[in-house]
Ligand binder design. Structure first.
Ligand code: SF4
Length: 338
């Protein structure tokens, strides 16, 4: 089944907002519904489960069995009894699902759905960095490749990074990789002096401070809520800092009626469902573009989700040894964050 307009050209247009300020072409609802029905049938036939990150397009979040952040999705991948996991997210997330469920078929609708932050930490350069700090305990944010996970002692997510670092012996020096912004925030929260790898996410580094200040002037009662991958100058403007799932729950628990949301705008789909009566504003990038979306996440489309379920590819394949080595620090994270 083909969805109208879901061609490489349209995918190109989805990436273009970062460059030209043009916006994605909406897909007709009738086509979305027909494709959704076909996906549901394939899902039953394959005994598959669909996991979707909060940064996916709304139609993908709506058809998923489970929507969540990296930690929540890892837990779901670890406990599912489905034969096939379709991971609607980016490559390192699907790899993590495969590491946790190596006997299952793990599909990623578009294998090119990578991550600038993971790319910022090549495994060979990271190995040299570790060699320069042989006495350090290595904590890596889950947004890294399996090859970097395999070189780490502990994996963390933005939900549990502070808690996990606080559990480490105080006299042990710690490397934190690959996100320097998250690392600096963890450093401030824990009072630990971390040796930081200098990586960052292209999406969270594009938010405009000027745009936040302008939104604050327009909505003086609004609370600014931010993901810790944002740069320090933006975090200083935030009333609340937390992982994607914590930002979501904060909009529910806070008395505030209005929020300026400093993270990938895909999260607004879930927020609008949970707090439909509240006002939510995403923040444009430095160039003024309002399409401040992760271009990698947007490579996955409903059509590709359908096709990967039909063809059972592209699937994540990994060497046995890498699977085994990368599992240890992830399992430690799951055990320590229970
Ligand atoms: S938003 Fe940033 S960290 Fe998340 S997948 Fe996209 S590039 Fe990677």
């Amino acid at each position: 089944m083909e969805i109208p307009g879901d061609s490489e050209t349209q995918i190109g247009q989805r990436l273009m907002p970062r460059l030209t300020s043009s916006c994605p072409v909406p897909v007709p609802m009738s086509a979305v519904n027909a494709l959704g029905a076909a996906i549901e049938k394939l899902k039953r036939d394959r005994n598959a489960v669909i996991l979707a990150h909060y940064y996916q397009e709304p139609e993908i979040q709506d058809i998923a069995d489970f929507t969540g952040d990296s930690l929540e999705l890892s837990r779901q991948a670890a406990k599912t009894d489905a034969d096939v996991i379709v991971f609607c997210g980016v490559h390192f997330m699907a790899e993590t699902a495969k590491i946790l469920s190596p006997q299952k078929t793990v599909l990623l609708p578009d294998l090119d759905a990578g991550c600038s932050l993971a790319d910022d930490c090549p495994a060979d350069e990271f190995a040299s960095f570790r060699d320069q700090h042989p006495d350090h305990f290595v904590v890596s944010y889950i947004n890294c490749t399996a090859a970097v996970k395999a070189q780490s002692d502990l994996i963390c997510t933005s939900s549990n990074a502070v808690n996990l670092v606080q559990q480490l012996p105080e006299d042990r020096p710690v490397i934190f990789a690959p996100d320097q912004n998250l690392g600096r925030w963890v450093q401030r929260q824990t009072g630990r002096n971390l040796t930081l790898w200098q990586g960052s996410c292209i999406v969270h580094e594009t938010f405009s401070e000027e745009a936040v200040l302008k939104l604050k002037l327009e909505h003086p009662d609004a609370e600014v809520i931010a993901h810790p991958e944002c740069q320090e100058n933006l975090l200083e403007l935030a009333d609340f800092i937390g992982s994607t799932s914590k930002l979501l729950s904060y909009t529910e628990s806070s008395q505030s009626e209005t929020f300026i949301v400093l993270t990938e705008p895909g999260i607004l789909h879930q927020m609008k469902q949970r707090v439909p009566e509240k006002n939510l504003y995403d923040v444009p990038g430095i160039d003024g573009c309002s399409c401040n979306e992760c271009p990698y996440m947007r490579l996955n489309t409903l059509q590709k989700l359908h096709d990967c379920l039909e063809n059972l590819e592209p699937a994540i394949e990994m060497e046995e040894e890498l699977l085994h080595k990368a599992l240890q620090p992830i399992q430690r994270m799951l055990d320590m964050s229970r």
